[in-house]
Design a protein around this ligand. Structure first.
Ligand code: OOB
Length: 541
């Protein structure tokens, strides 16, 4: 085992009594995320592990390529160094993540839509020594941005750039040598991102033990086995497609992962058909887009369609079951840990109307009122949770932890839920200040700060307005000097120039004379949301 010593500095451990219990109950097994590759390579070497365009790797080939990449990483980076990974859905993403696990280098899971503001924050927050990204992707020059970051950020020594020509972007990184010893399962394996409600996203340290437990349990209850074929339709670094059960779940089960470069129906359906995909996971807006394009007979190989990341309304759920003729699974999860699923054999009443139940008995759930006291059975309250794969604290954020966790270690999810007598949860809303635009999470305060720098803007608030397609859209409410003349394109250009992530761009602008405030003088976003639903306010679409 690679001795990486005590837990990564800045990560918060589970109390010893809980860790012992999770081990004694067989939840934390000591297996590592990359260990599963060795097992598969030995058990079923010739089965296909990865498919990306015309390229295919067997389990044995994947294991060998991860070895050479891990050795290459080790020549450049030390154990527990951090590397920001911003790669779209292509083979190199999966290879690099496993190589990081094998080399005990810690990947920070950026999304392709992140731009300078977030990437810079990830590097600074983690003192990352490396950034892995793609040359150009979806019209954006990622390599150019990476070079700027390396110039500006002292810790950043290495850029690993995969070229857009296909080929093998990491060839120059590979090295020979003896395989590395297995990583330490108690150690942090990766840093996930929180959706954030207080500004820039917080980082979430997940250990091999806790993450792999959630992957294994998820794979079991998604019915995954060696003949399963998982399509990665959402960005592969996100917790849902990565681990619920996702890429890691399919590989854990000895199955096949098919990388989908773009989630549009024709690309996705083409791959489902060609590769005999059996399971995939999507967010509700994508489910709706797929449904509109669904072929008459459904998608013949698809057995399970997972929908999660944002609330799925029962009408769309019903249409999905009819349109695709496969089993629907609702997934309510969070990068901090807890993931709830409806089970494959659940009745339609559960599958269509609830967000499922926790994956294991060791997940502790509390539904509480504003004072933190449990609400009467069946009533709506704030969800708090603690368990074998829910973190006890964010990475290097003790200040924030004081409000995000209770004294007894429960994570305040910020979700308003109702617990049904049958044990299933219904998500009714949220108490956290966050907008979920098609499942992508945005912290209003971050965007507001950027909006206030636009010439002529005196004050700004960002709120979510209900939207049939995306669930919510982002509305920027502005207080301006003089006549409201600001137009959306100019505002978006301004935010882009400042390096704000693409998915945080306002969809709409509205103008008010003054922002409503709460009793303590903070912007009252709820009041604004109500106001926007009854638009006496002026605004541009
Ligand atoms: C997933 O993870 P995150 O970290 O991007 O976002 C977590 C938040 C939850 O707290 C909740 O507010 C919302 O996203 N959410 C849902 C939901 N799934 C997530 N709200 C209503 N219904 C659902 N089904 O989004 C995530 C992580 C792992 C698996 C699935 C989703």
């Amino acid at each position: 085992m690679t001795d990486t010593g005590s837990l990564l500095e800045g990560a918060v451990p589970w109390p010893a009594a809980f860790a012992e219990r999770y081990r004694a109950e067989g939840l934390w097994t000591g297996e590592t995320l990359d260990g599963m590759l060795r097992r598969n390579a030995a058990a079923d070497p010739d089965r296909t592990a990865l498919v990306c365009g015309e390229r295919r790797l067997t389990h044995a080939e994947l294991d060998a390529r991860v070895d050479s990449l891990a050795c290459g990483l080790r020549q450049r980076l030390r154990p527990l160094d951090r590397i920001v990974v911003q790669l779209p859905n292509r083979m190199e993403l999966v290879e690099l993540l496993f190589a990081c696990f094998r080399a005990s280098v810690i990947p920070v899971m950026a999304l392709p839509g992140h731009r300078r503001v977030d990437l810079e924050h990830f590097v600074r927050q983690t003192d990352a020594r490396a950034l892995a990204t793609v040359g150009r992707w979806a019209g954006f020059d990622h390599a150019g941005l990476a070079r700027v970051l390396r110039g500006d950020l002292e810790s950043l020594e290495h850029l690993f750039v995969v070229s857009e020509e296909g080929g093998d972007g990491f060839d120059s990184l590979r090295a020979g040598g003896a395989g590395l010893p297995p990583a330490d399962a108690t150690q942090v394996a990766l840093l996930q991102l929180s959706g954030g409600s207080t500004g820039t996203p917080k980082l979430i340290p997940r250990t091999h033990d806790d993450y792999l437990f959630s992957v294994r349990r998820s794979a079991e209850l998604c019915g995954l086995g060696p003949s399963s074929v998982y399509l990665v339709a959402l960005p592969g670094t996100h917790n849902f497609p990565l681990s619920s059960a996702g890429i890691l779940g399919a590989l854990w089960a000895g199955g096949t992962v098919v990388l989908c470069p773009r989630p549009d129906p024709s690309t996705a359906f083409g791959l489902i058909d060609r590769e005999g995909v059996t399971i995939t996971g999507v967010v509700p807006p994508l489910a709706r887009a797929w449904l509109a394009a669904a072929p008459a007979g459904g998608l013949s190989s698809l057995e399970v369609l997972q929908v999660g990341g944002a609330k799925l309304d029962p009408e769309l759920a019903t249409e999905l079951v009819e349109g695709f003729g496969c089993t629907l699974q609702q997934v309510f999860g969070m990068a901090e840990g807890l993931v709830c699923y409806t089970r494959l054999g659940d009745s339609p009443g559960v599958v269509l109307e609830t967000q499922g139940r926790p994956m294991c008995e060791a997940d502790e759930l509390r539904v509480v009122d504003a004072n933190g006291d449990p609400v009467p059975d069946g009533e709506v309250g704030d969800l708090q949770t603690r368990g074998p794969y829910t973190i006890r604290g964010y990475y290097r954020a003790p200040e924030h932890d004081r409000s995000a966790f209770t004294a007894d270690g429960f994570y305040r999810t910020g979700d308003r839920v109702r617990l049904r007598p049958d044990g299933n949860l219904v998500v009714e809303g949220r108490s956290k200040e966050q907008v979920s635009r098609g499942g992508e999470k945005i912290a209003p305060v971050e965007v507001e700060a950027h909006l206030r720098t636009f010439p002529g803007v005196r004050d700004a608030a960002v709120v979510g307005v209900p939207d049939r397609v995306l669930g919510e859209r982002l509305c920027a409410v502005l207080v301006v000097e003089g006549e409201p003349q600001i137009r959306r394109p100019a505002l978006v250009r301004h935010l882009r120039d400042r390096g704000v992530a693409e998915f945080k761009m306002p969809d709409r602008i509205a103008f008010v004379d003054a922002l409503p405030t709460t009793k303590v003088g903070k912007t009252d976003r709820r009041a604004l949301e109500r106001q926007l639903r009854h638009p006496a306010t002026g605004g541009t679409p």
